[in-house]
Design a protein around this ligand. Structure first.
Ligand SMILES: C[S@@+](CC[C@H](N)C(=O)[O-])C[C@H]1O[C@@H](n2cnc3c(N)ncnc32)[C@H](O)[C@@H]1O
Length: 395
């Protein structure tokens, strides 16, 4: 079965029917979208730049694209909870909820009037991550990037943006993807590794970025030359948040800003970790987790470590509210950071809403491309796409 938003228009209802595959409804679709135009400096109407967000998760890429002036027409993700989050924050976008492997590209094509400007593809990074011991050989998700080729072939967007962990560049997936793009008439750039901290994000987060444009009609974008944003720190982004309530308060102002209720032994451990830093090895051996006893100082060094007020955070991962998963203790309070603090360090707006339980929310936050990073990358893309396009001849 599928559910439809009350605001779904008749043409979109027809689209929903096209999701039927082998007598099974695979996708759900939501929309509140309406056409609109912008005006350029000479007050001539110009069509908004358009984008589609594949593997949209909670919608961080969509947020950054919207901030850069793109109109996001559609988005795709398989995860129920991430789709709920996406819908709450981007109700105007047509959300296709389902497995990309089952998506008929013609369905996406119907979401686009005319030419699509940008296809953003942020496929799961776990298969390429250095932390993934399974590695990409046995992880089926490694093929998801290549599964977007039929979509590209159908949509023929003017440009394609790919974001992933640097490990992607070390696999055969990326060259295979680039070759497929070239066969379709695209000119892919050499992937470049960008650190989010260089784009004004209060977090060290290295990501591989690839951009491809069709038929050389759009100027290549040199992301390596992006100007270094003002450097920001943990203090700039979370120090003004009020102290969070602990545990499960019956009511609270922000359901994301609730501190975990730590066990007495965890609080005892944290007392030994110096403010603004510290590491697991600062905890006396007798108090260490059993699995950490006898380990060298260099093993799991960040576990139980605190963030430092005046430095960027380490990479915010899906374990970002768990002291045993990395340097995720508050700089001075004896607790793990809250989901809201993690979301702020990922540069989500303070009023961004998330569906799910704490672990599901942390997963969405850790998976996200920081919206501010996405905006910084999308700005020059918008400039290149806008410069290569004629104003719309209507009105
Ligand atoms: C790295 S996250 C993307 C994060 C998102 N771009 C953002 O900025 O918030 C990868 C996403 O791919 C989705 N995903 C994984 N396998 C998928 C599939 N087979 N079809 C569609 N989406 C999938 C996951 O649910 C996850 O939300």
């Amino acid at each position: 079965m599928y559910t439809l938003d009350p605001g779904l228009s008749a043409p979109c209802e027809m689209l929903v029917r096209t999701f039927v595959k082998r007598d099974t409804l695979i996708f759900q679709m939501m929309t509140h979208g309406s056409e609109y135009t912008q005006r350029n400096r000479t007050d001539r109407p110009i069509r908004s730049l358009t984008a589609i967000d594949l593997f949209c998760g909670s919608g961080a890429v969509t947020s950054g694209l919207k901030e850069a002036g793109f109109r996001v027409l559609a988005a795709v993700d398989v995860d129920d909870v991430a789709c709920q989050t996406y819908r709450m924050n981007h109700p105007e976008v047509k959300l296709l909820h389902g497995d990309i492997a089952d998506l008929d590209p013609a369905v996406l094509k119907k979401c686009v009037m005319g030419e699509l400007d940008l296809l953003a593809i942020c496929a799961p990074c776990q298969p390429f991550s250095t932390q993934n011991r399974k590695r990409f050989g046995s992880d089926e998700r490694a093929q998801l990037l290549l599964m977007t080729i039929p979509i590209i072939e159908t949509l023929l967007p003017r440009a394609i943006f790919v974001e992933n962990v640097p490990g992607l560049g070390k696999t055969e997936v990326l060259p295979n993807f680039k070759s497929a793009l070239q066969r379709l008439g695209y000119t892919p750039n050499d992937p470049v590794v960008i650190n989010a901290v260089d784009l004004g994000v209060p977090q060290r987060r290295k990501r591989t970025i690839m951009f491809a444009c069709r038929d050389g009609s759009v100027a290549p974008v040199d992301f390596a030359k992006l100007s270094r944003g003002k450097s920001t720190s943990v203090r700039d982004w979370i120090s003004d948040l009020p102290p969070p309530p602990i545990g499960r308060p019956p009511s609270c102002v922000d359901p994301l800003h609730i501190a975990r209720k730590h066990a007495p032994i965890t609080l005892e451990r944290l007392k030994h970790v110096p403010k603004n830093g510290g590491r697991r090895s600062d905890i006396p051996e007798a108090l260490q987790l059993k699995c950490h006893r006898g380990l060298d100082r260099g093993e799991f060094p960040d576990t139980y470590g605190r963030l430092a007020w005046d430095e960027p955070a380490p990479t915010i991962t899906t374990g970002c509210t768990d002291l045993t998963r990395g340097r995720f203790a508050h700089p001075e309070e004896d607790r793990a950071i809250t989901a809201r603090e993690a979301a702020c360090l990922q540069t989500f707006n303070r009023d961004y809403r998330f569906a799910g339980n704490l672990q599901q929310i942390a997963t969405q936050i850790g998976n996200a491309v920081p919206p501010l990073m996405m905006k910084a990358l999308a700005d020059p893309i918008a400039t290149a796409l806008g410069a290569a396009r004629e104003p719309m001849h209507t009105e």
